[in-house]
Design a protein around this ligand. Structure first.
Ligand code: F6P
Length: 323
């Protein structure tokens, strides 16, 4: 099985970008070790703090953020970082060529139940005309990402990465501490009979979302003519990994509640990277009205509705939203 770095070199990834990716993965390996030690490493449970999103921070959120932050700020090629757990961007090296945004630990509510959690990251080219501490470094389009990926800390630790070619999947070989290529090109079928949505929000959904899910639940006798299955991980990283592995569609739509008017997920370090991975594996991603990768970030912690996965489902949902 091929190791990660030779694959990146074969893909023509620049050496300085490889260094940034290596740094992210060094942090991921340390985090994977602590997560797999679970209760024994004393990292489970909550702190008394809230993050910028008003969510209670888990100890592991803080530890993960610290790990990625410290290692990335030591990396000469990193100009600016942004994290779900930081209110503002953090300046790195003024001469760095890249900027990195990350959700250090996605799916925090799964931490204490030994469920799937992960790190999501995205890398863009830095802007020469803006200083390292300027958040507008990230005022870029989803399609401008030079690399995006996630590390899933499940029964095995897996890395899914895109650097411009196929969306590739690697598995961490803990015997030697390296990521090995296990699926060279993930591919999402255009059609599916599996969806992921938090059904508990249905009273607040927009009419188009209600109509879409009603059609799916109608099964063989309904207008979609087949029986659909539902899965919900409560960690985007777990749901997207399932979709990249065996297909499906994921929805975190906007709804009528004030704080969900733009959905729940964050554009920069959740939607952008995940949608790049999905789209380059043959799927597609939309807010219901616009292609997610064509959006430009307006504010650092901006939220966005996410409909992503099998092309046929995304386009059907969009046709209901726009009719
Ligand atoms: O970012 C937050 C997140 O945990 C995602 O990973 C996940 O898809 C979603 O929230 C779960 O939301 P809910 O609490 O509605 O199940």
């Amino acid at each position: 099985m091929k190791r990660l770095i030779p694959v990146l070199k074969e893909d023509g990834v620049a050496n300085d970008l490889i260094m940034v990716i290596r740094t992210i993965l060094a942090a991921s390996k340390e985090l994977a070790f602590r997560i797999h030690q679970g209760e024994l490493s004393g990292v489970l449970g909550s702190t008394l703090d809230e993050n910028i999103q008003g969510e209670t921070q888990k100890k592991l959120d803080i530890i993960a953020n610290q790990l990625f932050k410290e290692l990335l700020l030591e990396e000469a090629d990193v100009k600016t970082i942004a994290s779900e757990e930081e209110d503002d961007v953090v300046a790195g090296n003024e001469n760095g060529k890249y900027i990195v945004a990350f959700d250090p630990l996605d799916g925090s509510s799964n931490i204490d139940i030994n469920g799937q959690i992960g790190t999501i990251f995205t890398i863009f080219a830095a802007k020469d005309d803006l200083s390292a501490g300027d958040w507008r470094q990230f005022e870029q389009k989803g399609e401008d990402q030079v690399a995006a990926g996630y590390v899933l800390y499940g029964p095995s630790t897996m890395l899914v990465l895109n650097t411009g070619k196929a969306t590739r999947c690697y598995t961490l070989d803990s015997t030697h501490g390296g990521y090995l290529l296990t699926q060279p090109a993930l591919s999402i079928a255009e059609q599916t009979a599996e969806f992921a949505i938090n059904m508990a929000n249905q009273n607040d959904w927009l009419p188009a979302t209600k109509q879409y899910i009603t059609q799916l639940l109608a099964g063989e006798k309904g207008e979609r003519g087949k029986r659909y299955n539902m899965r919900w991980n409560a960690a985007m990283v777990g749901d997207m990994h399932r979709i990249l592995t065996r297909g499906g569609v994921f929805l975190y739509p906007e709804d009528t509640r004030e704080s969900y008017k733009s959905g729940k997920l964050r554009l920069l370090y959740e939607a952008f990277p995940m949608c790049l991975l999905i789209d380059r594996a043959g799927g597609s991603s939309s807010t219901g009205k616009e292609n997610i990768l064509s959006l430009t970030l307006d504010t650092l912690h901006q939220r966005v509705p996410v409909i992503s996965g099998a092309k046929e489902e995304v386009s059907h949902y969009c046709s209901l939203m726009n009719s």
